[in-house]
Design a binder for this molecule. Sequence first.
Ligand SMILES: Cc1cc2nc3c(=O)[nH]c(=O)nc-3n(C[C@H](O)[C@H](O)[C@H](O)COP(=O)(O)OP(=O)(O)OC[C@H]3O[C@@H](n4cnc5c(N)ncnc54)[C@H](O)[C@@H]3O)c2cc1C
Length: 445
Amino acid sequence: MRQQGRPGRWTRKGSVDPLTPFIKEKVPHSHIIGAGLAGLACAVALARHGIRSTLYESGPAAGGRCRSYFDRVLGCRIDNGNHLLLSGNSATMAYLDTTGARDTIGGSGLPRFPFVDLATGERWTVAPDLGVIPWWMFRRDRRVPGTRLRDYLALLALRRAGADATVAEALGPDGALYRRLLEPLAVAALNTPPELALARLLRTVVDQTLLKGGRACIPCLPREGLSESFIDPAVAWLGSRGGRLRTGCRVAALHQENRLVTALETADGMMPVGAGEAVVLAAPPWVAEELLPGLVAPDEFQAIVNLHFGVAADPGEAGLLGVLGGTAEWIFIKPGIVSVTISAANRIVDRPAEALAALVWPDVRAALRLEAAMPPVRVVKERRATFAATATQERRRPGPRWVAEAGLLHNLVLAGDWTSTGLPATIEGAIRSGDAAADAILDGA
Ligand SMILES: Cc1cc2nc3c(=O)[nH]c(=O)nc-3n(C[C@H](O)[C@H](O)[C@H](O)COP(=O)(O)OP(=O)(O)OC[C@H]3O[C@@H](n4cnc5c(N)ncnc54)[C@H](O)[C@@H]3O)c2cc1C
């Protein structure tokens, strides 16, 4: 979040922030392209400083890749994909506090990660202590079966990993701890096969969660859905502070004059950008590259496949279950719906939905000990769910001020989980990018 007593308008010693000559006074209003989490978080951060925003969203509703909607096959609302959020995600928690949505988050309130290995039939629960000292690693019944205390020192190996080292190089690929905990966590957090995924992005996640102790590792699950927790309260909060959301309003071009964005071209007509107003480009990277020739942004992606089965099951203590030895990776159990996540899913995303359901349902039956025949199912494929968290893609992530620093446009900042947040593409990364874009605008004012 923006610091009090900020360094002012200086980015580097002796160099003026390129945004400042153009954003001299308090910015009266900002235009935000894209109402995903990054755009919303930016609008929320600006509103806290009295700056109103208009959000332009090409879709029918806000939320982007983190949204809920009514599904006709299942006859209920579902999320586009299960989102695993841990309590150590501090920017996300601050965002939920600001928008008044913290109490929409549920879960067991404990750091519990139950697993089943379908190949061996073994079941176990990783149960970190709430405190910082990891006593749980000393207790066989709370750590991963087949691991020894010294195996957990591998987590520190992440700190020694070279700049371009992959997760598999830094941590794996052998050993029970890797196969039964670190690999599944890495795939979930980075959405990239561990042989390609950048270890230092996992390190940031581990530093902010596992290594901070159990209190930072509590799974936070929306009580109702993603939109009800992360999107709708923010939109309402912004609305009550003069913010405006224009849905179905795709920005097709940026009109420029004297290195300033002067208007946004939309299907609803030209939206003028007034003198001193700021523009935030919070659309996905492929849209940002189209709107801003010259921008280099991530261009390789990994899919996530979610299968939502309309069946009731016992949620257990945690409401989720990690699955090894099958195609399903994580199962989330909600009232009347069992949802399965498969990450780093480029390898299977092109298969027909029926084939995927037939492949995954036996995993669900075995993992949850269900007798039922295959229930109604909705398969949701997000082909470009996140950028691939590789070394090459990491080098393509620009900072929020990149456009001004490159001398292209002085009143435009970037936001999105694909900007250089130091985190993989996650809710926390998207929200931090929105905060950073707001900071860039506020520091220029
Ligand atoms: C299936 C799935 C599962 C995931 N699981 C997790 C998880 O477990 N944990 C986690 O932390 N993260 C998870 N993520 C990642 C998380 O959802 C994203 O990191 C986050 O939502 C990205 O937000 P964003 O605002 O950066 O981008 P987006 O959500 O993509 O927002 C960009 C917005 O811009 C809009 N837009 C595009 N073009 C235009 C235009 N020309 N004009 C106007 N608007 C435009 C889009 O419609 C969209 O609403 C998952 C993502 C997916 C898809």
